[in-house]
Ligand binder design. Sequence first.
Ligand SMILES: Nc1ncnc2c1ncn2[C@@H]1O[C@H](COP(=O)(O)OP(=O)(O)O)[C@@H](O)[C@H]1O
Ligand SMILES: Nc1ncnc2c1ncn2[C@H]1C[C@H](O)[C@@H](COP(=O)(O)O)O1
Length: 225
Amino acid sequence: MNPTHLSSIPADALITVAGTVGVGKSTLTAALAQRLGFKTSLEKVDHNPYLEKFYHDFERWSFHLQIYFLAERFKEQKAIFEAGGGFVQDRSIYEDTGIFAKMHADQGTMSAVDYETYSSLFDAMVLTPFFPHPDVLVYLEGSLPSILGRINERGREMEIQTEVTYWEKMHGRYAQWIDGFDACPVLRLNIDEYDVNDPASLDEILVKVGRKIEESRREKTGSNV
Ligand SMILES: Nc1ncnc2c1ncn2[C@@H]1O[C@H](COP(=O)(O)OP(=O)(O)O)[C@@H](O)[C@H]1O
Ligand SMILES: Nc1ncnc2c1ncn2[C@H]1C[C@H](O)[C@@H](COP(=O)(O)O)O1
């Protein structure tokens, strides 16, 4: 049962956790969902047929990987829509286009025509009724050294073998991206300021999440109560 001070989070809410690779999204997603009794929508890395190939040859596999992620995330969005919410989601669909695809297009590891095809497919998919925008996007931020430490600690060889400059560029892009992000309300969290193993710390986050959701739903309905 939810503690009473968390009851401001509606049972149909969609909370999405965003941030760069290794920052702690999956870990926080699982912890918040457990605390709330929500379902999780997790990014599945182990069965991705392109990810490892992509890290070995960005140019050859960028487009395939983006299409694969887009299809997977769209299926997840549809499942969330059909269940009527009540989910914590690990990574947003907005990051695929706003960070990854754009970064590879800009650095020339995705061709201009592939990027154009991908972007038009993305736009068409996002404008469907199956696309529930999150009630709140919890954005995790931290220093590059802490994040690199976490990537190493997690131990996915393909990520550890990738040049540090890749993670550095991504870290910079995320910082810019979140400053301009306005598709839904954002709650920024510094990774040094919560303890994922401490229920009181998770509850502090959830109280802030609840406030954001209340604010945004109030604005949507135009009510002042
Ligand atoms: N709050 C935290 N404090 C310390 N280590 C963490 C924390 N959150 C995640 N980690 C560790 O950091 C690594 C990356 O976390 P993960 O949740 O897989 O990141 P992401 O999903 O953002 O890529 C894992 O080894 C995880 O155990
Ligand atoms: N859209 C994407 N393009 C390229 N790579 C991606 C994309 N989405 C996720 N990834 C990669 C990054 C990591 O190696 C794994 C899982 O991400 P994580 O942030 O650890 O959950 O997939």
